[in-house]
Design a binder for this molecule. Structure first.
Ligand code: DAH
Length: 330
């Protein structure tokens, strides 16, 4: 029996198989039920009795060798087939995930809040769905008051008279109802008006309300505070002026205009930015503060206005369109 040459031929074919299919083929040819090596084992019976043990031992050793070669080469071919077909360039820069940004209105709000915090103001909050009492009556604006017309809003339920708040001033009342003076708060928040959208109006927008109540508070304190905040926010060359105005919840009342290189660029020397005044004694009476003891000022301004000036934006509606090309710029 020629074991050795047969074994060498089988090893050469098994190790030389180019892929898994060729390997399975070679396995069949040699080790399958009708394989050439299997046939060798079947011939064992034809040998003389005394030669059988030695021959059997050799055949078994050869078979182990062939099976080892088979499984080793299979492992190699498996590995090879798992490799990528094309070379990978590990020096290519990866794809970065883009980081989001805060909305420009949020950025401006956070800056304003930060500046007021320096002065010891705390942030307060109130409901956007408000009742008429907090939105109007407690602010000395009864149902027949002409000031209601310009601020009339979206009523949600005609029996309970709840509405979407027209200004953050309602939060002044909510805070004073719960807290004894002194009070130093600012209130950033969303408000609603029955306005048609155009370049400078939107039915929903953001305001910041401020309220300061203590003993002996003056218009001078109000002016100084507003001036400090606007200079911090928009730069040192900003000028502000107070113009007499009317609000039912302050007396005296003013509108604040400001002037800067930017307003001049927009073709205006002065631009109106806020309403303010000294808290009306009747408002203090509504919340149980003694107007003979306590004095205070309040203001409210639109955040969009400030953001538009700061970033040179000429249409308020851009803030609400969620167009990523617009938002990416801030
Ligand atoms: N609530 C006013 C508005 O929405 C702004 C305002 C004016 C707020 C005077 C005040 C204030 O606190 O004292 O137009």
């Amino acid at each position: 029996m020629e074991i050795e040459p047969l074994k060498q031929a089988a090893l050469a074919e098994l190790k030389g198989a180019a892929d898994l299919a060729a390997l399975e083929q070679a396995k069949g040819t040699w080790l399958g039920p009708n394989g050439k090596f299997t046939a060798l084992m079947k011939q064992l019976g034809a040998l003389p009795r005394e030669e059988r043990p030695a021959a059997g031992k050799l055949i078994n050793q050869a078979k182990v060798e062939l099976e080892t070669a088979l499984s080793e080469h299979r492992a190699q071919l498996d590995l090879k087939s798992a490799l990528p077909k094309e070379a990978t360039d590990f020096t290519l820069p990866g794809r970065r995930r883009t980081l989001g940004k805060l909305h420009p209105l949020t950025q401006v709000t956070e800056d304003i809040v930060r500046i007021f915090r320096k002065l010891g103001f705390a942030v307060a909050d109130g409901p956007e769905i408000e009742d008429e009492y907090h939105c109007f009556d407690a602010l000395n604006t009864p149902a027949d008051h002409p000031a209601r017309d310009s601020q009339d809003t979206f009523y949600l339920n005609s029996e309970e008279r709840v509405l979407l708040r027209t200004h953050t001033s309602s939060v002044q009342i909510r805070v004073m109802e719960k807290q004894r003076p002194p009070v130093r708060i600012i209130v950033p928040g969303r408000v609603y008006r029955r306005d048609n959208p155009d370049a400078t109006h939107n039915p929903t927008f953001q305001q910041i309300e401020g309220l300061y109540v203590d003993r002996g508070v003056t218009v001078g304190d109000l002016k100084g505070t507003v001036e400090f905040v606007f200079k911090e926010l928009l730069g040192d060359e900003v000028k502000i002026r107070f113009r007499p105005h009317y609000f039912s919840y302050t007396e005296p009342s003013f509108e604040i205009d400001f002037s800067s290189a930017l307003t001049r660029k927009m073709g205006k020397e002065w631009m109106e930015i806020a309403g303010c005044g000294m808290v009306h004694p009747l408002v203090f009476e509504k919340v149980g503060y003694d107007p003979e003891v306590w004095t205070g000022w309040a203001f409210g301004f639109g955040i969009e206005r400030i953001a538009m000036i700061r970033y040179n934006i000429n249409d308020i509606r851009l803030f609400y369109e969620n167009d990523a090309r617009f938002l990416r710029q801030f």
